[in-house]
Each structure stands twice: as C-alpha cells, then as structure tokens.
Write a protein that binds this ligand. Structure first.
Ligand SMILES: *Cc1c(COP(=O)(O)O)cnc(C)c1O
Length: 476
C-alpha cells in the first residue's frame, strides 16, 4: 500500500514511513493512493467476530507488506486485550432507530484509545525492526495527552514527554496522565497557558539540531494510522446493524474531523452509508461549512465539550482532496487561500456533493446540558457532553437521512466520569469511574513543574530521553 499527500508534491511513501512521518513534507496529509475495498461477503463476515479479529481484517490492507500478518494480528489483539468491555466497541439501542456506539472502554475512557493503542504498538514494532528510537513530545489541554501516554508507556523504542498548562486541565485528565508509573513517561506542567505549551512544542520541533539529536516525533491527529485504527469500529458497527444489506447513518461529535473522516473512509472501503451527521459545539466551523458552503474561521470559545474546542479541523483536508477530484494542486491552492483569508468557499458543485452525504447540527452549552438531561430521562444512560452532542445531532437530523429504515448510530466519544461536573449539573447524578480507575484519586502523581522557558524544557528532555540509536551505534 502506497500513500500520497493531499497536496500532491510530497514523496509517495509506504506504510511505515507514513506512520513515522505524520505530516507530509508539502504541508498536506497522507491518504491511500487507492482505497482497499471489502466485498459484501467480507463485510457481512465481520459481524460476530471478536473485535480484534474484525479490526485486523479492516486494517490489514492499509498496512500491506510493511508488517507481517501474524505480527500485525498479534499487535492488534494485544492493543484491545486490556479494554474494559468484552465487545470492545459495544452498541446500545437508545430508541427504535438510534444506537449508541460506546468507544469509552479503553484505558483513558475516550475514543482516542481505539487508534492510539494500536499506534503505540505499531511505532514500537517498526522502530525496533529498524533499530531506531523516538522521543515523542506533545502538548495537551485534556484527552489527547493521556491517550498518547497510555499508548506509549513501557514501549521499548519510545520516550514520551507531555506538556500541559499547570492547573488548567481537569483533575481526572491530569491524574490520568500523572499517575502512569512508567520509566519512559514524563509529564511536564508548564507555568503558562495551553497556547504557551503549543508554542514551546513548535519551538522544540523548529530547533532542527535538537529535533535530530532526540529523533523527535508526534502522534497527533493527522497521523494516517489514527484514521486507520478508527475505521474498524465503523465497519464493525455497520456489519452488526445489517451492512452491507442495509445502509447505516452515523452521528459523530467532531473537532478535528478525524473521527468522522474515519466513518467516511469506511464508506470508501465499501460500507454503505446513509448519512454522516457532524455534531459541533459553539465552535461550529464545520456545521457552518455544510450550512453555507464556506469554511470561515472565528475565535475559539471554551465550552463544556473541550475536546471539540477547535476552529481549524485539520483532517477536513482529506475530504477536500476527494471534493477536488484528487487534484493536489487545487487542494494546496484552496488551503493557501484559507490560511490567507480565513475563508474557503467550496463552490456550488463541491458543496452539493458534500451535502449528498454530510449534514451538521450545533449545540451550545445550554443545549448540551439539556441533551444530557433528556437522554438520561428517556433512556437511563449517563452521557458526557461530547456524546450528548452526537446523540442530539442524530435526533435533530434523523429526518435528513434519506433511507427511513437506516439505523442511526451516535458515537459515544468519552465516558461520563471524565466530565463529572457537567453530567451532575444536568442530571443530579455524579457518574462513577469504572472499576479499573476507581482508585484514580488515591494514586500517586508524578510530574515536573517547569517555567514557560524553552531552554529549561529542552534541557529537561535532553537529560531524560534515551539517546537515538544512530548515536548509540556511533558510540559503540
Ligand atoms: C478528540 C475528541 C473528540 C473530537 O474528535 P475529532 O477526531 O477531533 O473530531 C470528540 N470527543 C472527545 C471526547 C474527544 O476526546
């Protein structure tokens, strides 16, 4: 399997390079050169398989010859072995037509675990075979940091450093990062804001000498392997609800467009999609884009669903590539215009094509609390603010699903106990952590506090990261 950039001029790469590279050199995102397609019988056969086996069948064609099939199968099995539900990604029926796809059973209780747990193991496997190591650095305002830490902990070829703004992430989120007792995990609380953390991160990557010395890498949401790891649960849910013999709609609470793009990708692989409904909070650039045909940035506003407080949805570029008929130069020009003016007009024909599949719904914080309360009243389910936006979007847009028999699957992206204050405010019930995390508040925390100072952060990383292999062989 070969991968090309959405902007058309970066080198064509194989799976392991795409895994380790992340962003393409021309500023674009990598996508498969040709989409692997599962046949109707192959999709039907996913129904009832153990999750890891089904996920292996979905991911295998994207990896191709880069990793031996037995190794890939074992790695995927291992990735999901520790999940808190035997079905890994169970479906729950909410009403006659709406289902909840629970992606909340991973180690950090959010959907990012489903791809990250595979990603960490893929990194380790590919690096060990090449005799290389990496130092992963990241900045987080919440969920991504803990999912990355859980994915990279105890991996032989990886050291991971995660920056968070001191005192500005929720206690559950901080503890999920700082209570991981692994030698290769380093939490740094920066005396500054999330923007300061991101500026420090950029500066570390822009210091080429340091970047090469440490073999710096990132596991951010534009990495192709994260999309790949997410396609599996759409295929599995679709097959469980009758695909390929009937189409299924999905409603996905969205920030970076990564999770809903994976649903779209499942469609490219052959899953019949009745509709993709994008749920936004007040940061609604995507729902505005589907409503008006133009993507226009505005200020990021903090909401009750912080993992969706994003104004530029980087994975949207992968959809643009298809809307622009695979013309990288046209995508590059559109993205240049967007960067320069803050607006990207899709044009009538492309907008109409997007609307054949996509629709969007937006909820402010008040609507989110109402949705949490209503879902609890009607179904007895406690859902977190992100999930509530997905469920509310599914219900609001049910009428826009062309096939009246198609089930609508709302994606649950976080466990309610990750956002206990909002859930309690809406329902009067404080959600409990699942048993595996029940003692989270008693566990010992490990973190270092550093000032907002590049030299000190750089020295901290240099003193703790194990050297990259090139240097080790140089010494030997
Ligand atoms: C990351 C995240 C999202 C948004 O996912 P995208 O792939 O960025 O669209 C939604 N909900 C939760 C709980 C998240 O952690």
């Amino acid at each position: 399997m070969r991968y090309i950039s959405t902007r058309g001029t970066a080198p064509v790469l194989g799976f392991d390079e795409v895994l380790l590279t992340g962003l393409a050199r021309d500023g674009g995102l990598y996508i498969p050169e040709t989409w692997p397609v599962l046949t109707g019988p192959e999709i039907r056969a996913l129904s009832g398989l153990p999750y890891a086996e089904a996920a292996f069948r979905v991911m295998r064609p994207f990896v191709g010859a880069a990793i031996a099939e037995d190794d890939l199968g074992a790695l995927i099995e291992d990735a999901y072995a520790g999940f808190g539900h035997a079905a890994v990604a169970p479906l729950k029926q909410l009403d006659g037509r709406t289902w909840l796809l629970e992606l909340t059973h991973g180690p950090t209780l959010a959907f990012k675990d489903y791809a990250m747990q595979v990603l960490g193991r893929l990194f380790d496997h590919v690096l060990e075979r090449r005799g290389e190591r990496v130092t992963i650095v990241g900045a987080t305002s919440g969920d991504t940091g803990s999912a990355a830490i859980e994915a990279c902990r105890d991996r032989a070829a990886i050291d991971i450093f995660i920056l968070h703004p001191k005192g500005q992430v929720s206690e559950v989120q901080r503890r999920q990062m700082t209570t991981v007792a692994a030698e290769n995990v380093f939490n740094i609380a920066i005396e500054g804001s999330f923007d300061d953390c991101q500026d420090l991160l950029k500066a570390l990557f822009n210091d080429t000498a340091f970047r090469d010395e440490m073999n710096l890498s990132a596991v951010n949401s534009i990495n192709w392997a994260r999309i790949m790891g997410q396609i599996a649960y759409y295929m599995v849910a679709g097959a469980a609800l009758g695909a390929p013999d009937r189409a299924v709609a999905f409603a996905v609470p969205t920030g970076n467009f990564g999770n809903v793009y994976a649903a779209y990708a499942a469609g490219r692989m052959g899953l019949p999609l009745a509709r993709l409904i994008v749920g936004s909070n007040r940061n609604d650039i995507l729902t505005r884009c589907f409503a008006t045909g133009a993507m226009t940035v505005s200020e990021v506003e903090p909401t009750l669903s912080p993992s969706m407080d994003i104004q530029i949805s980087s994975n949207f570029e992968r959809l643009l590539f298809d809307l622009y008929d695979g013309e990288g130069a046209a995508v590059a020009a559109a993205m240049r215009e967007f960067r320069a003016t803050g607006t990207l007009a899709l044009g009538q024909a492309r907008w109409a094509r997007a609307l054949e599949l996509f629709d969007g719904a937006r909820l402010d914080d008040e609507g989110t609390l109402e949705a949490i309360a209503r879902i609890f009243e009607e179904t007895g389910e406690l859902v977190d603010p992100h999930t509530a936006i997905g469920v509310a979007a599914a219900r609001e847009k049910a009428g826009s699903v062309p096939d009246p028999h198609a089930p609508i699957v709302a994606v649950a992206t976080a466990h309610p106990a990750k956002f206990p204050d909002a859930v309690e405010r809406a329902t009067g019930v404080r959600p409990a952590l699942p048993p595996a995390l029940a003692d989270l508040y008693e566990r010992e925390e490990r973190l270092s506090v550093l000032p907002n100072d590049l030299a000190q952060v750089r020295d901290f990383v240099r003193a703790r990261a194990r050297p990259a292999s090139g240097r080790m062989t140089g010494v030997a």
